[in-house]
Design a protein around this ligand. Structure first.
Ligand SMILES: C[S@@+](CC[C@H](N)C(=O)[O-])C[C@H]1O[C@@H](n2cnc3c(N)ncnc32)[C@H](O)[C@@H]1O
Length: 233
């Protein structure tokens, strides 16, 4: 087990997920860079998005992922999130058919109902990945794909930075952050039954530096990763 506290160079006050995203919600979409997650989705050769019949968007937040999915031909999407304020924004944007306030490790949704399970930028908030991959497996129908966009452990370690935002009063506030090695993902997925079919890593490149020039010192460091899993052969 690797602990974020061993790498923390910021020492920001840390709050739980609901408290943190409940406050971050008003500025969230201005501060999350598409190059972190959507650029990785753009690089995948699987799934063939337009053939997805029904997707579930775990940790859907304000609906950024759902908006990307709809632009790529996914027409039926359910969303799950723990933070009511994030769900309210997602609801106002209308990218999901149904939205549920629930933990991604115990959604209460019907099992075997989805041929696409997707979760973007939530893994660092989960203490243990196994219950999450197990719930994704339960939700998936045979042959379904599961796409996980993760915060790269290398970047959390090298930068010493937790997931954080600046509050209305100007205080930087961290949201509970866990470090998951890529092998934590692989073993949680494999032991839940998933088969890894594609994986990509995003590094700090010119696209990143165009939006975050002060990160020049991290050039070529990996910052995010996407794993694509299949349920079955
Ligand atoms: C960084 S945001 C990502 C939102 C969206 N997927 C995106 O890419 O913009 C993380 C979201 O995960 C949600 N979240 C974190 N832990 C969760 C959990 N255990 N169950 C459900 N939602 C969770 C938070 O409330 C927040 O909306």
């Amino acid at each position: 087990m690797v602990w974020f506290a061993d790498f923390d160079t910021r020492g920001y006050r840390m709050v739980d997920v609901r408290t943190g995203y409940g406050q971050w919600v008003s500025t969230y979409e201005e501060t999350v860079e598409d190059v972190m997650d959507l650029a990785l989705l753009d690089r995948l050769t699987e799934p063939s998005w337009e053939t997805a019949r029904r997707a579930v968007d775990l940790g859907c937040g304000t609906g950024r992922t759902a908006a990307w999915l709809r632009r790529h031909g996914v027409t039926a999407i359910d969303g799950v999130d723990l933070t009511p304020e994030m769900l309210a924004v997602a609801r106002s944007k209308g990218g999901h058919d149904r939205l549920f306030e629930a933990d991604v490790t115990a959604t209460g949704l019907d099992g075997g109902a989805y041929d696409l399970v997707i979760a973007s930028l939530i893994d660092e908030h989960l203490a243990d990945l196994t219950p999450f991959y197990a719930e994704a497996w339960r939700l998936a129908e045979p042959g379904a794909l599961c796409v996980i966009v993760a915060f790269h452990p290398h970047f959390i370690m090298a930068s010493g930075m937790p997931t954080h935002f600046t509050s209305a009063s100007g205080e930087p506030i961290a949201i509970t952050t866990h470090v998951h090695l890529l092998s934590d993902h692989v073993m949680a997925g494999v032991t839940s039954g998933w088969r890894l079919v594609e994986m990509r890593e995003g590094v700090i490149d010119d696209r990143w530096l165009a939006v975050k020039p002060k990160w020049e010192r991290y050039r070529n460091h990996p910052i995010s990763a996407v794993l694509v899993w299949r349920k079955g052969a």
